[in-house]
Write a protein that binds this ligand. Structure first.
Ligand SMILES: [Zn+2]
Length: 81
């Protein structure tokens, strides 16, 4: 598991759709990675804010927006852990 993969899986992690094995690998990466941890916190807050909206599900548009911001982050990230 590297940062790119962990970031890509973040949305699935938070929506609880990861299989147990991937989830464990993801957790292990986040435990060690100083780059991903603060990002997860920010991301988690975004998701919670979206969840507090009247519609229960995160809309496709919101997911797209988040995914784009993740991709932007990956492009600017110089970390390769
Ligand atoms: Zn990382």
């Amino acid at each position: 598991m590297n940062c790119r993969k962990a970031t890509t899986l973040m949305i699935d992690y938070l929506s609880g759709t990861l299989d147990p094995q991937t989830r464990a690998a993801w957790n292990a990466h986040l435990y060690d990675c100083r780059d991903c941890t603060p990002f997860l916190e920010t991301y988690q807050k975004t998701v919670e804010a979206l969840r507090s909206l009247p519609s229960q599900e995160i809309s496709l548009e919101a997911r797209d927006r988040i995914r784009r911001s993740l991709e932007r982050r990956l492009k600017h990230s110089s970390t390769a852990c």
